[in-house]
Design a protein. Structure first.
Length: 297
């Protein structure tokens, strides 16, 4: 089993748990996901299987889209509703003020990764340290909020849609909006609608896959080729002799390639004359070197 499948993750299961379920459903040991979703979050979770997992780190840093719900007047240690309540305040702001507060965060902003996150520091995940009651200094990261819309839902509840760069924590964004308003805010729901270029309508649920498996349907036909997720890299077609050399780890002379105008340091999808995806190559001034071969399992 080699390829990528997008899962519409259900609430209550970890991203790792999704991979475990897919290992059993597809009968494939090598399974990895892109972009961790918290257990309470739902939505787009791209999962790579078999030889496709070799390209996990090369998935383009596409923008991500989320819809979230938050409640004003509360803060927790996890910045979402699953955490321990830290404060509760009276809310004296209007919907217009909340919307205006959100608008002030559009653009490039500095964001501090929350302690309850999958960020690794010194070889240990922050959430493991947080569960031990340990809080360490974290370095702020620059992220970009490209689009942000807030809609009142009634009372102290609001819906937020955000289109943002990779690495943005919506929980932290909501917490920052609450701090800006002076009353605090906590995330109560989160749904990822876009990740790695894949929208929600490209996803399948675990329950749907389970039902198809029980009916004896082939799940392999649902897998997308890994090069579909790498489409933002330009394509290079090579000859049969060059393909043999590339598959054996050999660099290719740029002067002998049809695509001679390659950018030095650029990554390229490499294909055989018959259209088979061979892997990724990285160019320098003279050669196209093997970056990562596509090895089917």
């Amino acid at each position: 089993m080699n390829g990528i499948i997008c899962i519409d993750k259900e609430e209550g299961i970890t991203s790792f748990g999704v991979c475990s379920r897919l290992r059993r459903l597809f009968g494939e040991k090598k399974v990895g996901h892109a972009g961790t979703l918290d257990p309470m979050a739902t939505g787009v979770l791209p999962v790579l299987l078999g030889g496709a997992t070799r390209f996990l780190e090369y998935l383009p840093d596409e923008d991500k889209g989320y819809t979230a719900v938050f409640e004003l007047g509360k803060t927790t240690d996890t910045l979402d509703i699953t955490g321990t309540l830290l404060s509760q305040s009276e809310v004296n702001v209007t919907a217009e003020e909340v919307i205006k507060a959100g608008e002030s965060f559009v653009g490039k902003i500095s964001q501090l990764p929350p302690m309850y996150s999958a960020v690794s520091v010194g070889g240990e995940r922050l959430y493991n340290l947080a569960r031990k009651g340990v809080e360490i200094e974290r370095k702020p990261r620059e992220v970009e909020i490209k689009r942000l819309e807030i809609k009142p839902l009634g009372g102290n509840l609001y819906q937020l849609f955000v289109l943002c760069s990779k690495g943005t924590y919506v929980r932290s964004l909501i917490d920052d909006i609450g701090s800006w308003l002076g009353c605090g805010a906590v995330m109560t729901a989160l749904r990822r609608e876009l990740a790695c270029g894949f929208p929600l309508d490209a996803c399948r649920s675990l329950s749907e896959l389970q039902a198809l498996s029980v009916q004896g349907e082939s799940l392999e036909k649902l897998l997308l080729p890994i090069d579909k997720a790498l489409a933002s890299y330009d394509e290079v077609r090579i000859s049969e002799a060059q393909a043999t050399r590339f598959k054996n780890g050999g660099a290719l002379d740029l002067q002998r390639l049809k695509n001679k105008q390659l950018i030095s340091g650029g990554l390229y999808r490499v294909y055989s004359p018959g259209g088979d995806f061979l892997g990724l190559g990285r160019s320098d001034e003279n050669e196209l070197k093997v970056e990562k071969l596509y090895i089917k399992r």
